[in-house]
Design a protein around this ligand. Structure first.
Ligand SMILES: Cc1cc2nc3c(=O)[nH]c(=O)nc-3n(C[C@H](O)[C@H](O)[C@H](O)COP(=O)(O)OP(=O)(O)OC[C@H]3O[C@@H](n4cnc5c(N)ncnc54)[C@H](O)[C@@H]3O)c2cc1C
Length: 319
């Protein structure tokens, strides 16, 4: 059986849960087995995971799992995997998935490939999975030969596919959550889609000259319903907050649309954004390396181009 951990922070599934279940269903088909989804904590509409290919959904509805605790979550996933005889465990390669995949693999004595980006191939008892390495410059293929295999799935690597119908949810118990961490309070930023989940990102770099000029970037983001990002020197100079920094040493993103304004396109920046579906670059230097990675480019002064771009977007939206 393939067990997929479907994350439901604050009781709601994120896109990564539907991606993981879609992927789990396809892996289960390759292995000739079933795909079972697991949710931890109070979860709304858990049965909906059936639409994405889960043949059944297990829910540990214990409210102690409403707050994330890596030890307790890993222990619960391992418990359910063992009691159901899972041979493959799949998690999303999200902040939560990354922090528990290693623990789960160790406790199951399983091989782990983190950040897989395509369907594996099966070779007897071995499973081969690919992931991108060296900042996206190469693809490595790993073979796992342990009895149980653990995979964490890179965001946007598969499209969630509705291929079934909702299924009944089976409540299961895993005993008391025994993590040593107690969450005392959680503060969430309302109204802004976090960068790893954003479908549209408007990002700007040192070409902006200073933080006082970011109004036009924020305006573009607000018209498009986008999340804002920046290059590393911009965050280092405190022009923008560090949580906006994307790239090799920042957040890796995979939006449908990435608009880069006044960013040169250094390899370390590209490492975090080159999996975007469509890249638009605005830069006054026609030789800027970013143009090589761009789907669309505007060579021009951003202080002229961006305000005109925003006016055109507003007209387009109004019309
Ligand atoms: C180990 C390491 C890790 C790193 N990690 C990261 C990372 O995670 N993320 C990251 O971003 N960087 C990272 N860097 C830094 C990276 O190498 C680049 O220095 C950085 O990305 C450059 O930022 P920038 O493009 O904003 O600035 P610049 O390189 O200064 O480029 C500014 C761009 O703006 C353009 N421009 C200027 N004025 C205008 C105008 N008026 N109109 C239009 N265009 C204009 C210029 O033509 C230029 O292309 C890392 C570096 C190292 C060594």
């Amino acid at each position: 059986m393939v067990l997929v951990f479907a994350e439901s922070p604050r009781g709601q599934f994120k896109k990564s849960a539907f991606e993981a279940v879609t992927y789990g269903k396809k892996v289960a088909e390759l292995l000739g087995t079933t795909c079972v989804a697991l949710c931890l904590g109070t979860t709304k509409d858990a049965g909906e995971l059936g639409r994405y290919g889960a043949s059944s959904v297990l829910n540990v509805a214990d409210s102690t799992f409403d707050q994330f605790d890596s030890q307790a979550f890993a222990a619960a996933i391992v418990g359910v995997a063992k009691s159901n005889g899972a041979t493959v465990v799949i998690l999303g390669h999200t902040a939560i998935g990354k922090s528990i995949a290693g623990r789960v693999a160790v406790r199951l004595n399983a091989g782990l490939v983190s950040g897989v980006n395509s369907l594996p191939t099966i070779n007897g008892n071995a499973l081969r999975a690919k992931k991108s390495v060296f900042s996206g410059k190469a693809i490595a293929e790993y073979e796992i030969t342990s009895a149980i295999k653990v995979l964490s799935l890179m965001g946007n690597a598969v499209k969630p596919e509705a291929m079934g119908s909702a299924v009944a949810v089976e409540e299961v118990s895993v005993g008391a959550a025994n993590g040593r961490i107690r969450v005392k309070s959680v503060k969430t930023q309302e109204g802004i889609v976090p960068l790893p989940e954003a479908e549209i990102v408007v990002s700007a770099g040192r070409g902006m000259k200073g933080p006082e000029n970011w109004g036009m970037v924020e305006e573009m983001a607000s018209i498009l319903g986008a999340t804002t990002a920046c290059s590393r020197p911009v965050a280092d100079a405190h022009w923008r907050p560090h949580h906006e920094h994307v790239g090799q040493t920042g957040i890796a993103i995979r939006p449908n649309l990435y608009i880069a304004i006044g960013i040169s396109g250094a390899i370390q920046h590209l490492a975090g954004v080159n999996n975007s579906k469509v890249i638009v670059v605005i830069n006054k230097d026609a030789e800027a390396p970013f143009f090589k990675a761009a789907d669309y480019g505007v060579v021009g002064d951003l202080f002229e181009v961006v305000p005109r771009f925003n006016e055109a977007l507003k007209k387009f939206k109004a019309g």
